[in-house]
Design a protein around this ligand. Structure first.
Ligand code: ASP
Length: 608
């Protein structure tokens, strides 16, 4: 606080009788003629200021009569204890008010386009356009106070454990994290481009080769991906790397700072985190980011379904697929309409269809009942452990489709049955991911993570013969169905790195061209190393209970990638493009559509 100035939100009963100077914004004004109430807001909170003609100088009361929402004012006055009946339980400062002696306007405000209050019905577009007003809302501001605290605690834990915070370049080469790059043209070297980093991956590995042993960075990353509701082009990672680590060293470090980070929001996190292999997670929950706040585990019905004459089972199993089920306790009460909706949902999720079986007493109802013998039906329900009053949902399809559909239905059923405890935060590590995936279109193996992920030693002999069966020394940290971060123990030998590149179809020339510097560095004594990166935005959103990542990012972009406040992306002057050696687009018919022309004559700054 500036000398002499008090924090409005900090005033309490014990301050009664004090002379104070407050500076802040007019949040509300209530004018009763002889008596005017202003609610004054600063970063610390809100307090009521009273201007009473009977007790205050006339000039102060006159000035208060002129005050409008969002004016910036300086108020001097005396803190008074409020009468019991007049205490405001909704405000932390509600036991007191300030009787004004003077009011000075430091800046006037135009009428804001929406009322700056926690509860607002302004559209998000309007709020993003006037983000500076939006951020004045205490509910939003508190997310940034929390974010600051979380970042501080993470830094503290890492610093105390000997991690060095090192900045890595923003203007660099493409990093293979699997997304599209943002490119920046070079003015000095026409036709050459920098890429904004998708992550500091290669630099942090090089820092290990440089002998830094422990690195971290709260790093900005850029990925030009198709935006989904909750994804931004640029985001922040807690990025770290260690030399000579085992998986356990990484887990211990991450658990230590996550406990501190969530404690900042009053959330207790239990350690050690649970562990699941990828295979286990997929089989039991249908996803590699399981929500472990509830059970509702999936089951494999393939064995029980084999040998039946039911066409969907036969078809799926004959083509190498699977039959998986989800037992919903008490689900026999689901209406036909609800089941139809679930079936539609499963199809939307890419499954061939959804089968259901309801057990009520000795009675089983199901659209598949006629196609199955009693013994087959019993075998199926038995395999799923179906009891009286339960519903069994089953999908017969390729494994990927069946699991994806059932994972989504599991989450929906849990919500519907009230099984989700919103006060719980259940963390887990998912390990032993497959090293590679196969792209059916390009007929190529691709890295499930990035191409520097180390394979498990015992699987290495199958790398060329059966690449799909090789497990990686990769891990994800997951909470309540959200992936918070992923990492791995890396490849630290040039020969193995080249071998993996070969399996990925990255030839020697291409490998040299794209990652030559890493391959070279690996030849000069690279220590075994590994690390992880966690999404700071996501951590903050979960800890803050914020519905959107945009609530914890000061200046986010819309889902179509636009910054509504600055109006970026924007056109630039043709001259700027020429300097960069980029030909301005040809002038279209209408000058308004000309992306490279900043508008009318006389305009000095590029506009949108
Ligand atoms: N660079 C990886 C990522 O951004 C994380 C890691 O492997 O450390 O996902």
């Amino acid at each position: 606080m500036t000398a002499g100035r008090q924090a409005a939100g900090g005033l309490r009963d014990g301050d009664a009788g004090r002379e104070v100077l407050l500076k802040g914004w007019v949040a509300r004004r209530r004018d009763l003629g002889e008596l005017i109430f202003l609610t004054l807001r600063d970063r610390s909170g809100l307090v009521q200021v009273v201007f009473d003609r009977a007790r205050c100088p006339g000039a102060a009361v006159d000035a208060a009569g002129e005050a409008r929402s969002e004016d910036v004012v300086a108020v001097r006055g005396e803190v008074l204890r409020r009468a019991e009946a007049q205490r405001n339980r909704d405000l932390p400062t509600g036991d007191v008010e300030v009787l004004a002696r003077s009011l000075e306007f430091l800046a006037r405000s135009e009428t804001p386009p929406f009322v700056v209050e926690d509860r607002t019905n302004a559209t998000e577009e309007l709020r993003l356009e006037y983000r500076y007003l939006d951020l004045r809302r205490p509910a939003l501001l508190k997310n940034f106070v929390l974010r600051d605290e979380i970042a501080f605690r993470v830094r503290k834990v890492l610093h105390e454990r000997g991690f060095l915070e090192v900045e890595t370049p923003m203007l660099t080469r493409s990093t293979p994290e699997g997304a599209r790059d943002f490119l920046v043209p070079s003015r000095v070297h026409h036709g050459q481009w920098y890429a904004l980093p998708q992550s500091p991956q290669l630099f942090k590995q090089i820092l290990m080769i440089s002998g830094f042993e422990r690195y971290f960075q709260i790093a900005r990353c850029f990925r030009d991906e198709d935006l989904r509701a909750d994804r931004q082009f640029e985001f922040t990672q807690i990025d770290l790397e260690m030399s000579f680590p085992t998986e356990e060293d990484v887990f211990d470090t991450v658990e230590a700072f996550l406990v501190e980070a969530f404690a900042a929001a009053g959330i207790a996190v239990a350690r050690p985190f649970r562990r699941l292999t990828f295979r286990e997670a997929m089989d039991r929950f249908g996803t590699d980011r399981p929500d472990l706040r509830y059970g509702l585990e999936l089951c494999d019905l393939s064995k029980a379904a084999a040998g039946t004459a039911f066409a969907p089972f036969e078809k799926a199993l004959a083509s190498g697929g699977t039959v998986r089920g989800l037992r919903v306790p008490g689900g026999a009460a689901f209406s036909r309409k609800r089941l139809d909706a679930l079936t539609e949902r499963a199809k939307e999720l890419g499954a061939a269809g959804l089968l259901w079986f309801k057990k009520t007493g000795a009675e089983v109802s199901s659209p598949a009942k006629k196609a199955l013998t009693d013994a087959e039906l019993e075998r199926l329900l038995g395999a799923a452990g179906v009891a009286d009053g339960d519903l069994l949902l089953a999908v017969a399809d390729r494994e990927k489709a069946a699991l994806a559909a059932l994972a989504a239905l599991r989450a929906e059923a849990a919500r519907e049955l009230g099984l989700v405890d919103e006060t719980q935060y259940v963390f887990c590590w998912v390990t032993e991911f497959p090293l590679l995936g196969f792209d059916d279109e390009t007929k190529q193996w691709f890295p499930m993570n990035h191409p520097f992920t180390g394979p498990r030693e015992e699987d290495l002999e199958r790398l060329e013969a059966d690449p799909g069966s090789v497990r990686a020394r990769a891990y994800d940290v997951v909470v309540n169905g959200w992936e918070l971060g992923s990492g791995s123990i890396r490849i630290h030998r040039a020969d193995l790195q080249e071998r993996v590149f070969r399996v990925l179809g990255i030839g020697e020339a291409e490998g040299k061209e794209r990652f030559g510097f890493l391959l070279d560095a690996l030849k000069y004594g690279a220590p075994p190393h590994g690390g992880i990166a966690l999404g700071l935005d996501r951590i903050c959103a979960i800890a803050a209970g914020a519905p959107s990542l945009r609530d914890v990012i000061a200046f986010p972009k819309t889902t179509s990638g636009i910054d509504l406040m600055t109006k970026a992306p924007a056109s630039v002057f043709p001259e700027q493009l020429r300097e960069l050696g980029i030909a301005p687009p040809r002038a279209p018919e209408s000058p308004r559509e000309n992306a490279a022309s900043p508008g009318g004559p006389g305009e000095t700054r590029p506009g949108r």
